[in-house]
Design a protein around this ligand. Structure first.
Ligand code: MLT
Length: 268
């Protein structure tokens, strides 16, 4: 694990493997960069794969009042501090995708490519905001362990739930040790995130939109919105995977990412 103190004083932890064109991966809620282990292993032969922990998760310092936009700015600050050369290909899954979309809007010149996995451009509607209030209460009362217990059935696809107990264990292990403070701040950031739809038409880089066929949190319709409104986007559906498609079907997920990256870096 690598650690660096940003000029703003916050410590950021990240995983870093391989060499070549930089590919930066942003994790989902309420996990950390450890969720990218299968992608780091597959991509490190050709790329420098770096995966930071978002505020308060994994080994990164908390930031009690962060937003999706400030996380995108913090990412730019961290890229400079850590000496990761740009332009980068930025990938994010779900919460990581929200931050990636904000980065594309606020730091467009630093991007070479974009990977949006199991995420969406739409903001929370009233029902989703009510769900955030319930999540905040659950986390206060039952901690990360209680949250993971209630979330696992929703984040994993039916195929994984029925046939891959090892994936359930992996997700649970990453989620259940995250702090209540980190989860609480993130729920507020998720709830208050901006509508990313107005920025989609301005995304100028090649974009891969990925979605697990069994994703019920950010389903195919959300992926189709992004893929249809981003000018240079392709959409790939990952069979037999839910919301955490990178962990549920790593071979198919990696194959889609690798062929996309080769279109950006033909000689990598
Ligand atoms: C995630 O996986 O990061 C979350 O499902 C995002 C969200 O709740 O909006």
């Amino acid at each position: 694990m690598n650690m660096i103190k940003l000029p703003s004083g916050r410590m950021v932890a990240w995983r870093d493997d391989g060499s070549g064109p930089p590919v930066v991966l942003l994790h989902a809620f309420p996990l950390d960069s450890g969720m990218w282990a299968p992608q780091m292993a597959a991509l490190a032969a050709r790329y420098r794969v770096v995966a930071p922990d978002l505020p308060g998760f994994g080994g990164s310092d908390p930031s009690p009042s962060w937003t999706i936009d400030t996380a995108a700015d913090g990412l730019a600050e961290w890229l400079d501090a850590a000496g990761i050369p740009g332009p980068i290909t930025l990938g994010g899954l779900s919460m990581g995708g929200y931050v990636a979309l904000a980065f594309a809007r606020r730091h467009a010149s630093r991007l070479k490519g974009l990977i949006l996995a199991d995420t969406k451009a739409e903001p929370d509607d009233d029902t989703a905001r009510e769900g955030r209030t319930a999540t905040l209460k659950l986390v206060q009362e039952s901690g990360a362990r209680g949250l993971m217990k209630s979330m696992l059935a929703k984040v994993l696809g039916v195929t994984t739930r029925e046939h891959r107990p090892d994936v359930l264990d992996t997700v649970n292990e990453i989620g259940e040790w995250q702090s209540v403070a980190a989860i609480t701040a993130a729920v507020v950031a998720l709830r208050d995130r901006p509508d990313a739809r107005p920025g989609l038409a301005a995304v100028a880089v090649s974009t891969l939109v990925l979605v697990g066929a069994e994703d019920t949190i950010t389903p195919l319709a959300n992926a189709q919105t992004m893929a249809s409104q981003i000018p240079n986007a392709i959409l790939t559906t990952i069979p037999a995977a839910g919301h955490l498609a990178n962990l549920e079907a790593p071979a198919e997920f990696n194959a889609a990412v690798e062929s996309f990256l080769l279109t950006i870096h033909p000689t990598a």
